[in-house]
Design a protein around this ligand. Sequence first.
Ligand code: HEM
Length: 509
Amino acid sequence: MSNELLFLLATLAIVFYIWQRRAFSFWQSRGVKFIRPVTLLGCTREFLTGRVPFFEQIQKFHETPGCEKEPFVGVYLAYRPALVIRDLELIKTVMVKKFQYFNNRVLRTDPHHDALGHNNLFFARSPTWKELRNKISPVFTSGKIKQMYPHMVKIGKNLEDSADRLGSGSNVQIKDLCARFTTDLIATIAFGLEANALQLPKSEFYHHNKAIFAVSLSRAIDFAIIFMLPALASLARVKLFSKDTTKFIRSSINFVLAERERTGIKRNDLIDILLAWRKEAAANPEKNHQTNDLDYLVAQAAVFQTAGFETSSSTMTLTLYELALQEELQDRLRQEIADFFGEEDHVSYERIQEMPYLSQVVNETLRMYPIVGYAERECSQPAEGEKFTLSPHSNMELPHGMSVYVSTLAIQRDPQYWPEPEKFDPDRFAPENRHNINMDAYMPFGVGPRNCIGMRLGLLQSKLGLVHLLRKHRVHTCDQTPKTIEWAPGSPVVASKDDIVLRLEKVSG
Ligand code: HEM
């Protein structure tokens, strides 16, 4: 090697060393307790080397030994400083009381080439987000969901039939069954379409839904950029949906919009709202309406499908897994189901919400397995006026653009809030024990004005699936059932690494 080259390399190494020292001094210089970073990977070595999913990395930050008493902990996502907040009061301040400083999420997709990802409610940024949220919220009122309930019950009965077809005594990949159910359900209530995922092994809807959350190396890289390195989203041109899935969603929604316009049929669903936006835009062409853009409408439909299908099917799957491990709890739930069904072939919209043990069971599943795993917000400091500080803990002003994370998974498994946190115990949520629970330490649907818009629907569809499946069937563990749940490392949401296989048996009588 020539002397010049050696000199150049040595100079580069020194420059890099000085730059890194400065980058990694961010938290120390502000007197914030921080997790020691390593070269190139920061504090995210386990995530960036594919050993743990992102939500578990955030959980590990929260649970770092020595930080138990800290209200917040500084971390470096590679070289980007970020803050993990641990104190429940501070979490409320960020998510609710001072929401005006935190109304955006951190994650991004490519704003120029990913119209479906970038423009949807989950990814949208203020002020577009606020406008979208106000316009979409009416779809989720209790009245609207009630109108949709008969369509939902029909899918619930299809689930019972599918379980019958699988046959008593068969070992079943339970996530597959539940995901087919939620695919059909979202397709019917959001778009008025029959996806037929429960009937057709090769349902196109199901195929594309699965592809969104499929764990593969290239998707894992996409998700790493979306969640952790959003500044690269544009450069790397990451998209939420693949080309195929985008084409499919676009053509399905286009078809539904055209059909509705042609027939004039109203169903009080998302499609009606999207059509109303389009009409409004057409009537006022002088305004610069995004709603004239078909992709803007399709993006809203796409997020329903994405957010509504995986979360609820995982909730159902993990509930069934826990109930197979503790069959006495399953029997108790089945008894309640029998009482509430009576002679009918379904439970009414009002009655299903009144089933006390069912609620306890689902609440406990979402405590142990908050499917999204964490919440995140980006700090927006105003150019002028009062800035957000970490008071009363510190006078430090959070820099504009700083990412803030809350590990819902860690908090919901923290023994100071939840005794024996690894035990699945629905009785924690029994009315007589409610006074023992700190509900601030329970946030499976997030917190504040940017929480889950589909909470009511998510709970309802998970419960509906469970009552129809467990009414005439029992789930048992079998030799293929995982003994414990380990997380799938490349998954963007809480999901088991191993397939959850349970033995399905028809209940006699
Ligand atoms: C058991 C089922 C579900 C769970 C556990 C769940 C969980 C969550 C969580 C944790 C968030 C982030 C909240 C935050 O940042 O504070 C979220 C946001 C969201 N969820 Fe859900 N969700 C579920 C079902 C649904 C359903 C059925 C839909 C729609 C059909 C839906 C649509 C959304 C949307 C659009 C957002 C973004 C809201 C916004 O940014 O304004 N979710 N969900």
